[in-house]
Design a protein around this ligand. Structure first.
Ligand code: SF4
Length: 457
């Protein structure tokens, strides 16, 4: 009899939907059906048990071919590469569990390297803005039950977060919003005519790269300086700005969701700062929250775990041995790669080869590249060593932080192929191997600094 598993978490986007129903074959090895997930989430589950998985580590040979090796051999290769490197860098973590992220921190402490996550190329500016200006946010449950005005700025959830509107923000019947979308006003600010803009009550087609000016215009309305606003700001007529500002002010519970359209355009380093300031202004009049549309299902988790451990969410330099240091631009992956400062790159839970600028990839490829990933991604194809792991949230249970920073326990749906390990086990295996090798070299002395002992727990 096939087994039916309820309330399963989806390992794809930052919505981290935990209401997925999965039907598994009676031997527990194959996923037969997926319900409640969107098309992307369904595909992720169904692909998981496909037959063309790589199940053993592969080491690149001098002629470019792959040789299958054991996990122990892979740990030894990776440990020796980390010890030999002056500045190893481990990057990714959007699709790993918090348990693996904690173990990665231990590994890079021992290995004295740089630890960075996908926020470095997505919501990094948002995290810096939180430092500077706070983060008046809420949970997605509050959005569902209370929100009457939803503002999406630089985000297109219909494609990037397919169930965001149906599960949390627009369409669900909430406790105080029993008629769902009928009781909610939707405003979209986006230079493009996106599908999300197509369902909005108001679409403000802002001039690309001029969001900051539009924020300023809204803030001028909040402070009663309407008459000083020009007739046109960032290609939005003054009359529209006044009309939309009126809706923002009248909201009983407004929520402002922003995406990479704000964090990766001109003014990105200040857009979120002023967005938070606008949210604070609105809270003088009504109740407003702001939330980043985080991309991967646990990229927020990496920020949480490393904040507990070091006080910083990304771009962590652990090369000093006794303290962590964060300075985006100096310790961020792309900048380090472009300056060719990295002599060992470890890709985990993402696909850096597919997402990074080509010059950064070229610099990283000059040196040893290790990929820890369940899939045959581009990052796996360019690697010198590819260590396959179980799929987090499908084959590996663990804790995940949703985009609203609510932790969710993800459960296992099917077993990993026999003999495979999770990413947490792989990171732990490499860290243990480094400790053994360093002990063998000179007892009690660590790689970063002869004077300092690194404490990992
Ligand atoms: Fe998965 Fe995101 Fe779709 Fe939810 S919206 S089912 S988390 S891909």
């Amino acid at each position: 009899m096939p087994k039916i598993l309820e309330d399963i978490g989806c390992p794809y986007c930052g919505c981290s939907c935990d209401d997925v129903r999965v039907v598994v074959s009676d031997d527990g090895k194959k996923i037969l059906e997926v319900e409640n997930a969107c098309a992307i989430g369904t595909e992720i589950f169904l692909q998981a048990t496909s037959s063309d998985r790589i199940t053993r580590p592969r080491l690149r040979q001098p002629d470019g071919s792959w040789k299958e090796i054991s996990y122990e051999e892979a740990f030894d290769y990776a440990a020796k590469a980390i010890i030999a490197a002056k500045k190893p860098l481990m990057y990714g973590f959007g699709s790993t569990t918090c348990e693996a992220q904690r173990e990665a921190a231990r590994l890079m402490e021992i290995g004295c390297g740089i630890l960075d996550n996908c926020a470095s190329i997505c919501h990094g500016p948002s995290l810096i803005a939180h430092f500077d200006n706070g983060y008046p946010s809420c949970t997605l449950g509050e959005v569902k039950n209370r929100a009457d005005v939803i503002l999406y700025w630089g985000a297109n959830p219909i494609h990037a977060h397919p169930r965001h509107m149906s599960r949390y923000a627009i369409y669900p019947l909430g406790f105080f919003k029993g008629n769902g979308f009928v009781e909610r006003t939707v405003i979209v600010v986006d230079p493009r005519k996106t599908d999300t803009a197509g369902i909005a009550d108001y679409h403000l087609q802002v001039k690309p790269g001029h969001d900051y000016e539009l924020f300023n215009a809204f803030r001028m309305v909040m402070y009663g300086h309407e008459k000083d606003i020009p007739e046109n700001v960032a290609e939005i007529p003054k009359q529209t700005i006044l009309e939309v500002a009126g809706i923002l002010k009248q909201a009983k519970f407004g929520v402002f969701f922003f995406g990479m359209g704000l964090t990766h355009t001109d003014g990105r380093n200040h857009n979120i700062d002023i967005a938070i300031s606008l949210t604070r202004d609105l809270n003088q009049i009504s109740k407003w929250s702001i939330m980043a549309m985080r991309g991967h299902f646990n990229v927020a988790g990496a920020n949480r775990v490393w904040c507990w451990s070091y006080g910083f969410p990304y771009c962590l330099d652990l090369t000093k041995g006794d303290h962590a240091h964060m300075n985006p631009g100096e310790t961020s992956t792309i900048d380090l790669a472009n300056r060719d400062e990295i002599d060992l790159f470890i890709n985990i839970g993402t696909d850096a080869a597919a997402h990074f600028p080509i010059d950064a990839v070229r610099h990283l490829k000059k040196h040893t590249w290790i990929t820890i990933d369940p899939n045959m991604s581009m990052a796996a194809e360019v690697a010198d060593l590819h260590i396959p792991v179980g799929i987090s949230g499908v084959e590996v249970p663990g804790i995940v932080y949703r985009m609203d920073n609510v932790p969710i326990q993800y459960r296992k749906v099917v077993d990993m192929p026999e003999g495979m390990l999770s990413d947490e086990e792989v990171l732990s295996g490499i860290a243990d191997r480094i400790e053994v090798l360093l002990q063998e070299q000179i007892s009690g002395i660590n790689k970063c600094n002869d004077e300092v002992t690194v404490h990992c727990n």
